[in-house]
Design a protein around this ligand. Sequence first.
Ligand SMILES: [Zn+2]
Length: 325
Amino acid sequence: MSELLPWQSKSLSRLQARIEGGALSHALLIEGRDARSAEMFAGMLTKTLVCQQEVLGGCGECRSCELGLAETNPDRWAIKREDEAQIKVESIRELIEWSQKTTQIGRVKVAVIEGCERMNRNAQNALLKLLEEPTRETYLILVTADPHRLLATVRSRCERVRLGQPSDEEALNWVKRRLGDSDHHLASEALAFAHGEPLAAIEAISNGLAERLVEIDAALCAWFESEISSLELGRKAMDLAEPKDIYTLLALRLRESVRTEVRPAHEVKASSGIASQLQGKSSWQCRLEGLALVENAWSQSKTMTGLNQALHLEATLINLERVLS
Ligand SMILES: [Zn+2]
């Protein structure tokens, strides 16, 4: 998927003006809260850079654009996010070797490193050499959702481009348009679950996760009403989703229920039924304590090796029940 996301168009136009003026830095660090959105932006920037007509997003007609579309353009180099869990020094050496070759088709060469925070220390040190002695006509675009995992020396040698987020309304409209139907509820639930990231929301809807989370929500309601036990809720949730999604959903519902207490009513979006149900059930102090408990349990679930996830979730739910009652 490669397209210009509407909320990124201003940032891209600003960079395009700099390309036209010959004033764009040779090393850019594209930072976005959502990795996929940032990668899309990097894709559009690359197309703009390699296009012989310098058209925003590429003209689609010149030789560079044609090859670019087929991803066989020798002037482009990419380390994809799905390629490897860790980027090792060998990959960076190959990139440096490529950067020293002359351009084959267009005026410039462009290398993109998606998920650049995956570079290990040696890889980052090797990259520093390229950043310190940039090759003429070569642009290096680093993309990340987690810039703090990069060495400070790498960050400081790049021009940082921090991508903006869509407004809640813009995000919801985009997701609904993309879905091609008007399932307002599912779109807005998926967005809340994805912390307002439209691409992550679309993914949750397309892979069926959003609908399964609605089922877990229903089980949560029944649990709050003491219609099912913590054991039953835990089993049902584990049948429907991964631990990370279950803890994210629990934390989301608790956070929603606390948010209304600390913000003026007009700033708060309509909360889910569960948030209101929680508000009627326990004090905000208890819900805040419950949120800390869930976040702590999720952190243990991620980091403890050999943990029985089903038992861990069940214990968390029993503790949460105690805190909330
Ligand atoms: Zn073109």
